[in-house]
Design a protein around this ligand. Structure first.
Ligand SMILES: C[S@@+](CC[C@H](N)C(=O)[O-])C[C@H]1O[C@@H](n2cnc3c(N)ncnc32)[C@H](O)[C@@H]1O
Length: 513
């Protein structure tokens, strides 16, 4: 029988690829959203049923036509935030993915796309709501249900956190191929202090006018032309819908949406292409960095719209500056609990013997967030980051926070290069922090990490699926090759984006000796 267990799985390096010099080896493939969805489909239909459908050649043949209206029952919430449903009347195993629906609900959907063993549909009507989960009085945004930004506003915050924990559990079950006895219980998801008004960065966008409109007369106007919509993509589409406010964004960002829209409309006759706008919440950078950081003057918020302009944020006692267009975490309210959590993971308050970790390596360090906030707890800190620009800011951030340059250093380069630099760091007293982009880290990095063998590894991730894969690789390679054996101490989700399906995750590994 054909087995589909490997379907959609990520590729591991072949033997010949393993032979290549580190710099020439391909990176581990990122785990695509479709792959994550496929695992949910298999969970709902069952592996055997999926195998049979594949065997019978039924897996690519939808029982529905595009635009069919179908009644379905939602079986579970998928890891990407949509309901994973099965048709109420169907003789063939098939899944229908419907956004904005909840487990246990019967809904009417209109099919708009087919893929392997599933179709995707728009939500037309919730026929039987799940009254214990759905509470529409919680919804704070007038665009909820049309805008693609938020998926969970109809859920209590407690339920949002519980669903996010399920995502972490499934991610580790599906992608972390370690023995179940090596897997710790996934901790409850840590909440964000702000559940609305938290986003410090928004990127509304608009499409350019058609060629036909460009050829016609385009006088300057103060009225919004028909071709122009400024906002976010409609759910499940690439069509932009008009947005005049966004309740998950911070007050200064909301205050800037109107003026920015007005400016775009007034200049609309000049546009030929679409543009992605930038609205970033910042402290007023004209205020001197030496002003009392708790004073009202220092904490005046402004909205920055130019990608090359400087932004400033305060995280606890520290301040950070960076280019508005470059990476910085988008929810300032959760940064103190997140950085405290990482600190406590490195120095567990419950440890019977205090850990004597004196050195920190912050890989994928951006503008130096973790390196700088955690610097008081270490004698030496080194950070690495690909973006030269972010490294300039990290170095400046160390200065404006009065951290001596013989204690903290930042360099630009691929994360794996840091291990050649920190050779003199005592591995028994070193913690390594990993915070890569969504695609996760790579095999070259993991090999170097294992060769270095730090006492503690804290892996912060915005993609729990690639994190689970990488954690497995760290543990499996470490134990197989007898290099450095790690045990997985804890995994906990962090809610950086309330009202959305996104979950951040922190995994803590400790050397097993
Ligand atoms: C999720 S961000 C984390 C940044 C930082 N830790 C923070 O919390 O602000 C990931 C960072 O990794 C950087 N990056 C991407 N690929 C990299 C690589 N191969 N080596 C080093 N840094 C990389 C990106 O530029 C980005 O700043």
């Amino acid at each position: 029988m054909t087995t589909t267990e490997g379907l959609g799985q990520v590729r591991t390096l072949s033997d010949s690829e393993q032979e290549l010099p580190a710099s020439k080896r391909p990176r581990i493939e990122p785990i695509a959203e479709e792959d994550v969805l496929w695992k949910d489909i298999v969970l709902v239909l069952g592996q055997e049923v999926v195998d049979e459908a594949v065997e019978a050649g039924n897996d690519a043949e939808s029982p529905f036509a595009i635009h069919d209206e179908v009644e379905v029952e939602v079986k579970m919430l998928g890891s990407n935030g949509e309901g994973i449903a099965v048709p109420v009347d169907s003789t063939r195993p098939w899944v229908v993915v419907v956004p904005l629906t909840l487990p246990g609900e019967r809904v009417l959907t209109r099919i708009y796309r087919h893929a392997r063993l599933h179709s995707v549909g728009d939500l037309l009507e919730v026929l039987t709501p799940n009254a214990s989960l759905r509470d529409m009085s919680l919804v704070q945004c007038k665009y909820f249900g049309s805008c693609g930004g938020c998926q969970y506003q109809m859920l209590s915050y407690e339920n949002q956190l519980a669903f996010k924990r399920d995502v972490v559990v499934k991610a580790f079950r599906n992608y972390c191929t370690i023995l179940s006895e090596q897997m710790p219980t996934i901790q409850p998801t840590a909440p964000s202090p702000l559940q609305y008004g938290y986003r410090t960065k928004l990127t509304p966008h608009f499409e350019g006018p058609s060629k036909k409109i460009q050829k016609g007369p385009r006088p300057p106007t103060t009225e919004q032309p028909d071709w122009l919509t400024i906002g976010f993509n409609k759910i499940g589409t690439r069509k932009v819908m008009d947005i005049e406010e966004c309740p998950i964004a911070s007050p200064v960002i909301n205050g800037q949406i109107g003026p920015t829209r007005k400016e775009i409309i007034e200049k609309s006759h000049t546009y030929t292409k679409g543009v992605s706008l930038l609205l970033r919440d910042s402290l007023d950078t004209s205020v001197d960095t030496e002003v009392d950081r708790l004073s009202d003057t220092f904490n005046e918020h402004v909205c920055v719209t130019l990608p090359k302009a400087t932004c400033r944020e305060r995280v606890g006692d520290f301040i950070f500056e960076y280019n508005a267009g470059s990476f910085f975490q988008n929810n300032n309210s959760v940064l103190p609990p997140l950085t405290n959590y990482v600190r406590d993971a490195i120095f567990p308050p419950s440890a019977t013997e205090p850990l004597t970790l004196t050195h920190l390596v912050d890989t994928y360090c951006g503008a130096g967030l973790f390196a700088i906030v955690l610097s008081p707890y270490f004698q030496k800190v080194a950070g690495i980051e690909l973006s030269q620009d972010s490294i300039k800011w990290a170095t400046r951030n160390a200065e404006i926070n009065h951290i001596p340059s013989d204690k903290i250093s930042f360099r630009s380069g691929d994360a794996a290069e840091i291990f050649a630099v920190v050779k003199e760091f005592p591995k028994d007293e070193t913690a390594v922090l990993i915070d890569p982009p969504r695609k996760g880290t790579d095999e070259v990095f993991i090999d170097q990490l294992l060769a270095f063998g730090p006492k503690t590894v804290v892996y912060v991730s915005c993609n729990v699926h690639t994190q689970a894969r990488d954690v497995a690789m760290i543990m499996e390679k470490g134990s197989k090759e007898g290099v450095t054996k790690y045990r997985l101490d804890s995994v906990q989700g962090f809610d950086l984006f309330p009202q959305t399906a996104h979950v951040e995750s922190v995994a803590v590994l400790r050397r097993a000796d």
